[in-house]
Design a protein around this ligand. Structure first.
Ligand SMILES: [Zn+2]
Length: 426
């Protein structure tokens, strides 16, 4: 049995045309190659897994190729050596573990000598922001007057940590994370080539989990293929792999929330926790659902959705039970709560408390409704109409809590039943 080569390695681009989702950078690079205007130092920046080192390696291959047009020919000795695992005139350095001035001096010393073969000697420095200040200073002199046979290809996830003096001497490419649709399309093409069947829901789930990184997308796809019993990937398996809660469970939780049923919210939440889904994942899934309900209520087409079509009718029935302002309030609180979850050790309790706050927030009356009701209530025929500004002031005060009782008299449904909670429901 041979050694398994991961998808990300197997499908690593061999030509610029194979690069996915970085069209602008590829266009500038290929045009620059044709016009011989790329200079001696280029910097690729952006988050992890979006193609920085892929582009740097491809460019190294193109610079060394004997028949570059501007794609590397993939036929010449240099191209073949490159594909086989590197060449002695292409040096890859991880600046994270080679940060000192001595490490850079070694590079500079080696720049003095011409490449053993081919036109260029190429240095690819990954995570270049990790170099020390003195190392950057040493590098700067070479970047100012580089030997004709040397190219520097730098990559970083943190451009702001690179001195301005260096930045001003490199051609910069700020790569953007990939769109989920682009990642989904790419994963679909890989599935076809691997003879794996995956429907739109599966591809959307995978793309969303990849979070803009093609490499992460391929790595999750690798895991999904490994855990699948057949050549067909099921949404159920992917959800279990990605710790995505069951749609029925999330729907029940949201229904309890819309009904302001505190006890039921806690019960449904604890049921999902017991199915081994982390609070962080539950909160994110709830966000997906709240977005879907909001779009339904506002008659908007969602930008993207991982909410399956079969639950949409049930979601539509929730739109009558919860106002748009409550939905946006819940969304905002939940988004903020996810940040709090990340810094806490006891996430399960934190999310439970947050859900209780959400029930409370969902039950708060809308400012607009308070204004209307206060205006109506104070409009006695004998005293004339109450001014709208007085009503707004009272309503704002009511909503912020100082005259909450008055608001609650008008909106008894905002008062939550103080039902005692069961310790846990096994
Ligand atoms: Zn070639």
């Amino acid at each position: 049995m041979g050694i398994y080569v991961p998808l990300a390695t197997r499908y690593r681009p061999q030509r610029f045309a194979d690069v996915v989702g970085q069209d602008l950078a590829v266009k500038i690079i290929t045009r620059g190659m044709q016009k011989n205007r790329l200079g001696a130092a280029l910097l690729f920046s952006g988050t992890r897994g979006i193609g920085k080192t892929t582009l740097a390696r491809l460019l190294a291959k193109a610079f060394r190729c004997e028949h570059c047009d501007p794609e590397p020919c993939c036929q010449c000795d240099h191209c073949r050596e490159f594909s086989a695992g590197g060449q002695m005139d292409v040096v890859e350095i991880d600046a994270a573990s080679n940060t000192s001035v001595d490490d850079v001096r070694e590079i500079i010393e080696s720049c003095r000598y011409k490449p053993a073969t081919g036109k260029f000697k190429i240095f690819i420095i990954d995570e270049v922001h990790m170099l020390s200040k003195s190392a950057f200073n040493a590098l700067l002199k070479t970047l100012e007057e580089p030997p004709e046979h040397v190219k520097f290809l730098l990559a970083t996830t943190e451009t702001h940590k690179i001195p301005e003096t260096i930045l001003s001497r490199v051609l910069r490419f700020d790569l953007k994370p990939l769109d989920n649709t682009v990642v989904a399309q790419y994963l679909s093409s890989i599935c076809n080539r691997e003879n794996i069947s995956a429907d739109a829901e599966v591809l959307t789930l995978l793309a969303k989990a990849a979070n803009g990184s093609l490499r992460d997308g391929l790595s999750i796809l690798d895991q999904a293929i490994n855990m699948s019993d057949s050549n067909r990937l099921s949404a159920k398996d992917i959800k279990s792999l990605l710790e995505i809660s069951d749609d029925g469970d999330i729907l029940e939780l949201l229904t309890a929330l819309a009904a302001l049923d505190l006890k039921s919210v806690v019960e449904k939440y604890r049921k999902i926790v017991r199915s081994n889904v982390s609070p962080d994942k539950i909160a994110h899934r709830l966000l997906d659902y709240i977005y879907a309900v909001t779009c339904l209520k506002a008659h908007l087409e969602p930008l993207e959705t991982t909410v399956p079509a079969e639950v949409l009718p049930q979601l539509a029935s929730l739109t009558d039970k919860i106002s748009l302002s409550s939905l946006t309030r819940i969304w905002q609180m939940l988004l903020k709560g996810i940040d709090e979850l990340r810094i806490c050790d006891y996430q399960e309790t934190v999310l439970e408390m947050l859900l209780l706050r959400l029930v409370y927030a969902a039950g708060l009356p809308d400012i607009q409704d308070i204004v209307e009701n206060l205006t109506n209530a104070k409009s006695e025929p004998s005293t004339g109409k109450a001014s709208a500004s007085t009503a707004t002031a009272t309503a704002t005060a009511a909503a912020t809590g100082s005259v909450l009782d008055e608001a609650l008299k008008l909106f008894p449904q905002a008062k939550l039943a103080a039902t005692p909670l069961a310790a846990d429901t096994e």
